[in-house]
Design a protein around this ligand. Structure first.
Ligand SMILES: Cc1cc2nc3c(=O)[nH]c(=O)nc-3n(C[C@H](O)[C@H](O)[C@H](O)COP(=O)(O)O)c2cc1C
Length: 348
């Protein structure tokens, strides 16, 4: 069915197509693709019980308007945001580009969002009484903020009571100098977060795939020292070193989808070799099949997220990935995904 409407969707400007998609999702179109994950896929990570390890990555439901509908297609969790304290327009349009031949996207949205007031009220309104569906809030600072650390702290204060976990996004390539946090100032940020924590809602740190291994080690060290609860590897890539088939590649923005799979996996594997079981890792970047997700789990991911492949493959992808994971578990003779986390390693 998605194959039939995809040419129409792809004939529209990507951001317009997304906004129209959000309208249809709000009206319940995903009920047509209803599927819930099999019980065998349940995993417990950071003291949260997830019905499936497959989650929707940040950026699709920026304003927490549709996460409750998105669960219908089989996701175990949805990460809403990135949200900033004040509403923000983001960068000038156009700011999302399809690289069709590469099954990839480039975006330079720049944290367009409705701000914390509306975000929190949307979560409260849309959150179902079905507690098995897990929701995360991805936090960032406003572009013009003079106190970026203060912005993260405000976000934590405001969302803690209404979400299952929080992500500190220090890796968007589209907010100037934001990556300074992951490159050099992570300890300062995480120390402030530790000192201002309002409760025990798990906090994950999301890094880019463009960091050197040395920096990954520092981020992990600070994450453990300041009692954060996990690491997300990775955001989009600013790099243009990938061999891409598409022409007219935009220079600015973050690349996502198939081309970043192996880079993300390298960083994930390295991160796991340092973190081991001390903090869980959420693997994201280029996943478009059950085999890709299973590989991330074997490389050390306790949970897996995706975004770009959903645009190319459509809503049935998630139930297919869930089913394929069960087949792969059977082939390996394991009854729980936690048994295979970190069982292989890429050579670095
Ligand atoms: C259009 C678009 C918008 C995104 N916005 C955000 C965001 O607001 N915050 C964030 O942490 N990541 C954002 N991401 C990055 C994704 O969450 C994910 O880390 C990245 O796309 C790699 O996964 P994928 O290859 O499965 O898409 C965005 C990605 C895309 C494609």
């Amino acid at each position: 069915m998605y194959k039939l409407i995809k040419p129409l969707i792809f004939s529209l400007n990507p951001e317009l197509a997304h906004n129209i998609g959000v309208l249809f999702i709000k009206r319940g179109i995903l009920s047509l693709f209803d599927s819930s994950p099999d019980e065998e896929l349940a995993v417990r990570v950071a003291n949260i019980d997830f019905p499936s390890p497959i989650g929707l990555a940040a950026g699709f439901d920026k304003n927490a308007e549709i996460f409750h509908e998105i669960f219908k297609i089989g996701f175990g969790f949805v990460e809403a945001g990135t949200v900033t304290p004040k509403p923000q327009y983001g960068n000038p349009k156009p700011r999302i580009f399809r690289l069709k031949e590469d099954l990839a996207l480039i975006n330079r949205l720049g944290f367009n969002n409705v701000g914390l007031d509306e975000f929190v009220s949307n979560i409260v309104t849309n959150k179902s009484v079905n507690n098995s569906q897990k929701i995360g809030a991805n936090l960032g600072p406003n572009k013009d903020s003079v106190d970026r650390i203060g912005d993260y702290l405000e976000g934590i204060r405001r969302v803690s009571k209404v979400v299952d976990y929080i992500t500190i996004n220090v890796s968007s390539p589209n907010t100037e100098n934001l990556r300074d946090f992951e490159n050099s100032n992570i300890a300062e940020l995480l120390k402030e977060i530790e000192n201002n924590r309002v409760d025990d809602t798990p906090i994950f740190i999301k890094i880019s795939p463009d960091v050197e291994n040395k920096q990954i080690s520092s981020v992990i060290e600070a994450t453990i020292k300041h009692k954060m609860n996990g690491l997300i590897v990775s955001n989009t890539s600013k790099d243009r070193k990938f061999r891409l088939k598409s022409k007219n590649i935009p220079k600015d923005g973050g690349l996502s989808g198939s081309p970043i799979l192996s880079l993300s996996n390298e960083k994930l594997s390295f991160a796991y070799s340092i973190a081991k079981s001390s903090i869980p890792i959420i693997g994201v970047g280029g996943v478009s099949s059950g085999a890709d997700a299973y590989k991330k789990i074997k490389l050390g991911a306790s949970l897996v997220q995706l975004y770009t492949s959903l645009i190319y493959e459509g809503p049935f992808l998630i139930s297919k990935i869930n089913n394929d994971l069960i087949e792969l578990m059977k082939l390996d003779g394991v009854s729980s995904l936690s048994e295979v986390v970190g069982t292989t390693r890429l050579r670095s």
